[in-house]
Design a binder for this molecule. Structure first.
Ligand code: CA
Length: 225
C-alpha cells in the first residue's frame, strides 16, 4: 500500500473521482465531507496526506489547516475553486504543500500526492539515519557517536547539537556563532572552522572513515543526511 490519503470534500462527484484515481494507484483513501470529521480522522493518526477542499460547509479549508497544524505536520494539498482562493494559497504562508485548481485531472492530483509523499519519506529517512549514528543528551551535554560519548567542549557541543537538529540544512558560520553565544559575537567567524576541525578529529577517533560534517564552500556547514 502506498499510503492513506484523506479527502476532505463536500462534493460527492469530486470526491468520487479522486477516490477512484487514488485507489487505482494503490492508495488507501478515506473521504469525509466536513472539517470536524477531518479533524477526528486525522487525530486517529492513520493518515499520510490530506487533500483539502477550501469551501467546506462547517469551516473553510484555511481555518481547518490552521487547526490541523496545531497538532500535526501532515502534508496537505488544497483544492481551490476560485481565483481569490488561489491568491490566498499562493500569497500566504499557510503551510500547505501544494494546491490544484478545479476542474482538475485526478491523475494530476495523484501525481502530486506521490511527489509529496516521496519527499516526506526522504526527509524522515534522513532524520532517522543521522539520529541512528548520533545521540544527543542535552541534559548531560553529551553527544554519542556510534554509541560512544564524544569529549566535546561547550562550544563544540552546542555547534554539533545545532547541526544535528536539522540534518542536511546548511548553517552559515554566522548562524553557528549565534547558536553558541546567543547574540552576534565580535570574534572571527573562522573560530567556527577551528571548532569544526576539532569535532571532525574527535569523530574520526571513533570511526576513521566518518565524515558526517560537510563543508559547503562559501556557505557553511551541515550534517550529512
Ligand atoms: Ca466545496
Amino acid at each position: 500500500m502506498n499510503g492513506t490519503i484523506l479527502i476532505v470534500e463536500d462534493e460527492a462527484t469530486i470526491a468520487d473521482t479522486l477516490l477512484y484515481a487514488l485507489e487505482n494507484d494503490g492508495f488507501n483513501s478515506n473521504w469525509v465531507t466536513t472539517a470536524h470529521q477531518a479533524l477526528e480522522t486525522i487525530a486517529i493518526g492513520k493518515t499520510d496526506l490530506v487533500i483539502l477542499d477550501i469551501g467546506l460547509p462547517d469551516m473553510n479549508g484555511f481555518e481547518l489547516l490552521k487547526e490541523i497544524r496545531r497538532f500535526s505536520d501532515l502534508p496537505v494539498i488544497f483544492l481551490t475553486a476560485r481565483s481569490t482562493e488561489i491568491d490566498r494559497v499562493v500569497g500566504l504562508e499557510i503551510g500547505a504543500d501544494d494546491y490544484v485548481t478545479k476542474p482538475f485531472s485526478p491523475r494530476e492530483v495523484v501525481a502530486r500526492v506521490k511527489v509529496i509523499l516521496k519527499r516526506v519519506s526522504r526527509t524522515d529517512q534522513a532524520t532517522h539515519d543521522s539520529k541512528k549514528r548520533f545521540e544527543v543528551d542535552t541534559d548531560a551535554a553529551v553527544v554519542r557517536f556510534l554509541g560512544q560519548p564524544l569529549q566535546l567542549t561547550k562550544a563544540e557541543f552546542i555547534l554539533l547539537r545545532t547541526l544535528l537538529e536539522q540534518p542536511g540544512r546548511v548553517f552559515s558560520r554566522a548562524q553557528l556563532m549565534e547558536s553558541i553565544w546567543q547574540y552576534p559575537h565580535p570574534s572571527d567567524e573562522r573560530t567556527i572552522d577551528t571548532h569544526i576541525k576539532a569535532i571532525r578529529a574527535k569523530l574520526r577517533d571513533i570511526d576513521r572513515h566518518a565524515e558526517p560534517v560537510c563543508t559547503h564552500r562559501g556557505l557553511g556547514y551541515s550534517i550529512a543526511p
